[in-house]
Design a protein around this ligand. Structure first.
Ligand code: NDP
Length: 289
């Protein structure tokens, strides 16, 4: 790795990415809208500049890690005319559509674009717990791979610049639903004096074991056959969910998080699929698209 790196955006994540790249010995230029985070990196050898234009005045890869899609345009648009021939990797969380839009913007300005989706928190950047998905220009992924590999396990998921963000969004959907489910359970037992910490000690191994079921669900969803043997029926699941919701009420916790799940199950039963497997819920989710 010889050429320079420019970092635009030094929030918690941008700072972690820049700090991890510094020991590689490349000229590393950093810029942030407010100056404090850049100073910390400057003390560790980064070149600190006070404008985004100065940050991208070199010839190396440009790493963008800002708050959201709007802030990316806010920073990059004024620089567009000078970016032809450069490579931009955008690690800002965006929707798939926003990423495709930015790829189109980049192509118009002669910029090579790679989308990155960080499946990690700042503390795990540079460790084996971190993964970053990339999509867009494959040549850019390959060319700068030594840099990506400093940060995390690097996975290229295809030429569509929307694919890395799409997978990111889908995985975060699972994560936030899981977190909300845990919090709902903690609220439920909290009314009986069970601490969230004690509850987590039970919940974590149980959930870990239950994720083993996902592969079975996935095979059923891919086959779109909800009538095969061994599937828990929607009717059974409806009864279980109704019991959970009653239990929540008894314990002073309205299980709001479960209500939409219950509603989907009930709609599928009303449509005549009560004896089908519970994975059939995905059909309702597909048709909501
Ligand atoms: P922070 O809130 O810590 O930092 C946001 C950054 O964006 C700051 O550098 C901020 O500058 C800058 N910014 C916001 N608006 C503008 C603007 N209009 N013009 C210029 N700069 C702007 O967020 P993170 O660093 O944690 O996250 C950055 C990206 O990484 C996000 O898209 C996030 O979703 C993604 N990510 C973060 C993860 C995490 O765990 N933190 C995990 C996975 C992805 P200033 O300091 O001046 O406010």
């Amino acid at each position: 790795m010889t050429s320079s790196i420019s970092f635009l955006g030094l929030g918690a994540m941008g700072s972690a990415l820049a700090a991890t790249a510094l020991p590689a010995g490349r000229r590393t230029t950093v810029w942030n809208r407010s100056p404090a985070p850049a100073r910390a990196l400057g003390a560790r050898g980064a070149v600190v500049v006070d404008t985004a234009a100065r940050a991208v005045s070199g010839d190396g890869v440009i790493v963008v890690c800002l708050l959201d899609h709007r802030s990316v345009h806010h920073v990059l648009d004024p620089l567009a005319a000078g970016l032809a021939g450069r490579t931009v990797v955008n690690l800002t969380t965006t929707t798939p559509g926003e990423s495709r839009e930015l790829a189109g913007w980049a192509a118009e300005h002669g910029v090579t674009y790679l989308a990155g989706a960080i499946m990690a928190v700042p503390e795990t950047i540079g460790t084996t717990d971190a993964e970053i998905l990339y999509s867009g220009t494959e040549a850019a992924f390959e060319q700068h791979r030594p840099l990506w590999d400093l940060w995390a396990a690097s996975k290229y998921v295809g030429p569509d610049p929307g694919m890395a963000p799409l997978l990111d969004m889908a995985m975060l959907t699972g994560m936030y639903t899981l977190f909300a489910g845990f919090l709902q359970g903690a609220a439920m037992v909290g009314g009986a004096g069970v601490s969230a910490t004690a509850f987590a000690e039970r919940q974590v191994p149980f959930l870990a074991a239950m994720t083993g079921q996902l592969a079975h669900y996935a095979a059923t969803v891919d086959a779109r056959d909800y009538t095969g043997a061994g599937q828990q029926s929607l009717r059974f699941t409806e009864s279980a969910l109704a019991t959970l919701i009653r239990a929540g009420r008894e314990n002073g916790a309205d299980l709001e998080v479960l209500r939409p799940v219950h509603a989907i199950v009930r709609r599928q039963i009303a449509a005549g699929f009560g004896e089908h497997g519970t994975a059939r819920m995905v059909e309702a989710m597909r048709s909501a698209r």
